[in-house]
Write a protein that binds this ligand. Sequence first.
Ligand code: ZN
Length: 243
Amino acid sequence: MRLVLVGPPGAGKGTQAQFIAEHAAIPKISTGDIFRANVSQGTPLGVQAKAFMDRGDLVPDDVTIEMVRMRLLEDDAAGGFLLDGFPRTVPQAEVLDVMLRDNGTRLDVVLELVVDDDEVIRRLSGRRTCRTCNRIWHVDFDPPEQAGVCDVDGGELFQRDDDKAETIANRLAVYAESTAPLVAYYASRGVLIGIDATGPVDDVTERAIDALRPARSAEQAGRASGSGDRAGDDAGDGEPARP
Ligand SMILES: [Zn+2]
């Protein structure tokens, strides 16, 4: 399944992306992870991206697109992926369409997490990120066992610059201006599914999985009648085999 996850900052995209990708057995490809990898490796693209991210601004299209293009060429993305954080704009969406078409594929679903502004503000200011594994926790909605410490690896949790009060207003304005038209673009192409993303994390994940079920069934039916590249697939459990 080739899936894009969209929604305002603070909608819980990072957390939901992780759970949905695990459920669908596809890699989660987040621009945040791609940016951090490029920054920590000191690539020229990473150095450029960091200056923008530190101000809470969007990274310029050409830098972002090149990073995403390279990531989608990696082997684990050949059979499907969940994109989180890209595309953010209609021009980026058009570039993604071309990238996929060149590979003989297309997006199956764009899943929109719908949240109002008040909850966005509550959510953003409570986010904490693990310095070790980048997992995102939340002081109210998804707290670790011990405040300030990652359950997974004991890493220190910190508040990203993006999640601080001074950058929230900027992020919401950027979202309204550039990403909301993206939702209209995908709606017009018939691939958009919106879900209510308020409430407990587990409930939102369940809504997302329910919403994706028809697309997954259609894709699996398509593969079953396809070229047989999944020989040895055991039928019946509804879960895709790992390649
Ligand atoms: Zn961690």
